[in-house]
Design a protein around this ligand. Structure first.
Ligand code: RVP
Length: 521
């Protein structure tokens, strides 16, 4: 006969904090939100973030740009595994190669490309500065010049890239063209011109890059290696926006930390490639992490790659936590069906509210820690966004949260900005949706029906600005709870379920609202 749990599946949004006494002097600068996402072991210290946030391992959320932006702000990006092994490893390398202000993963076009391809790239990415190279995004190869969009409509689709290259040192170009008139064929001429272009060499500092850009009145600067291969692009607008990231999360050699997801199917090939590329932590991306397949995958990685921490999941019960903990995992991710684009609960009937899952799992985690001395961090995954719910997730025992929709709407997520009803949006799709079909079987264990949807979400601007506002609210919540860090939030928080009437009372009511300044919920 079926066993009926005596719990009710509840989630964070159903609770409110009741303030405890705020101690004198507890202000934002005294609150420490350091979050540990992998356990400490005898051989290594667990990974600590400056903010308890990681981005979802989804095609529409985390590429290198997102991972770099998050590491700069104190969080961690987790690259998606619904792509080829080579491509995911290349993304890890792009994050590891990155330096503040230096863009390491730009869209490039081949020297042999034609206008039709370049127009496509500009339209798909929204980027207007496209380097011309002989190579690809993983290994740019020799640098030839830059194409600046938009390309005028009267340029025909079959015009070669070389003819569109805008030389940013126009004066030099004209001098050379004048001197060499009639003597060199087009290709030699272009090679010669490139020898004269003002670009930085790969060891250049950001200050020097800035000086060169000022001197030549440039909006961007290609940075090349000695052998003339492209290494980075530096953009003036990025330098003006921010050059200093005091909260950066860095690992060995001061490189940004990055997580990469894996599935339980091709891990024997994927993990070595990711480890070789320099990944800091692996995340097993599975909609149900309480399976023999996951156990086998963890045992393999623990044996073959003992130096690389693994966060396993997703699970939603204490029983499943005990199983993973016994296998020696370094962290656990919980959540099933709560994702904004997820329809698993409707399709399969499996799932649980996040606060019920979080509370039960954190109780098991604490019991395991009492028994073994191993504190295994847990990450609440799915359904989050509003600051109050993130604070509640932490209070219910999570060490950090994973968010998809929240980061998917940011500037740094992979999809381009599109306009809907005159307002900027981004496309956001589930890893189990039709859009990700080619890979969804590896996460969901089946390919017969969808477990996610495709959607549009409002564009919300830069990761840095969004996190700033969200955490201003979380600091305020913590001040009211009288908590100076996540552990004290968990100890001191007093929360209460709210009724529908009380929720209504807690929102704007009985007035006609005319102004709202906040952009994040
Ligand atoms: P959200 O932040 O609410 O958008 O949820 C993101 C989470 O949803 C992911 O981290 C993942 O666990 C889950 N997900 C991703 N794709 C799908 C799906 O297609 N059902 N679900």
């Amino acid at each position: 006969m079926v066993t009926i749990s005596d719990k009710i599946s509840r989630t964070y949004a159903e609770y409110r904090f009741i303030p405890r006494k705020t101690p004198e002097g507890l202000s934002k600068d005294k609150i420490d939100l350091t979050a540990q996402i992998t356990k400490d072991t005898a051989d290594r210290q667990g990974i600590r973030l400056k903010l308890p946030v990681v981005s979802a391992a989804m095609q529409s959320v985390t590429g290198p740009e997102m991972a770099i932006a998050l590491a700069q702000q104190g969080g961690l990006g987790v690259l998606f595994c619904s792509q080829t092994i080579e491509h995911e490893a290349m993304m890890v390398k792009a994050v590891k190669r990155a330096r503040a202000g230096f863009v390491s993963m730009v869209e490039v076009v081949q020297r042999s490309a034609h206008t039709v391809t370049i127009r496509d790239i500009i339209e798909q990415t929204g980027y207007n500065v496209i380097p011309v190279v002989e190579g690809d995004r993983s290994d740019y190869g020799r640098f030839f010049g830059i194409i600046e969009g938009p390309i005028p409509p009267d340029v025909s689709d079959d015009t070669p890239a070389e003819q569109l290259m805008q030389h940013f040192n126009q004066e030099t170009l004209e001098k050379i063209v004048e001197r060499e008139k009639g003597s060199a064929d087009a290709r030699d001429l272009i090679d010669m011109i490139n020898d004269y272009l003002p670009y930085g060499s790969s060891g250049i500092s950001l200050d020097d890059a800035n000086l060169i850009m000022n001197e030549h009145r440039l909006k961007y600067l290609p940075i090349v290696n000695k052998d003339n291969t492209l290494k980075f692009m530096v953009f003036k607008k990025d330098l003006q926006a921010h050059t200093d990231f005091p909260n950066s999360v860095v690992g060995p050699n001061k490189r940004y930390r990055v997580g990469a997801s894996i599935n339980t199917h091709d891990y024997k090939d994927r993990v070595p490639a990711l480890v070789e590329a320099g990944v800091d932590v692996l995340f097993i991306d599975s909609s149900d992490g309480f399976t023999d397949y996951q156990d086998i995958c963890i045992n393999h990685i623990k044996k073959e790659f003992p130096d690389t921490p693994i966060v396993a999941g997703n699970i939603i019960s204490g029983e499943a936590f005990d199983n993973l903990a016994a296998l020696g995992v370094d962290g656990v991710k919980f959540g099933m069906g709560g994702g904004s684009i997820c329809i698993t609960q409707e399709q399969k009937g499996t799932g649980r509210g996040q606060s019920t899952a979080g509370l039960e799992i954190s109780e098991h985690r604490d019991r395991f820690a009492d028994k073994t001395g191993d504190h295994i961090p847990i990450i609440s995954d799915g359904g989050l966004g509003p600051a109050k719910d993130v604070a509640m997730a932490l209070a219910f025992g999570a060490d950090a949260v994973m968010m998809g929709r929240y980061f998917g709407g940011c500037h740094e997520s992979p999809p381009p900005i599109i306009e809907i009803d005159g307002k900027p949006h981004k496309e956001y799709w589930g890893e189990g949706s039709l859009r990700a079909k080619e890979w969804s079987g590896k996460r969901y264990g089946q390919n017969e029906f969808d477990e996610g949807v495709t959607s549009f979400i409002p564009y919300t601007g830069r990761v840095a600005d969004n996190l700033n506002e969200t955490f201003a609210k979380i600091y305020a919540t913590m001040t009211s709870v009288g908590a100076h860090d996540i552990a004290s939030l968990q100890k001191r928080a007093l929360v209460e379920l709210i009724s529908d009437a009380s929720r209504k009372e807690g929102g704007v009511h009985d007035v006609k609202e005319v102004g709202k300044t906040s952009t994040t919920p």
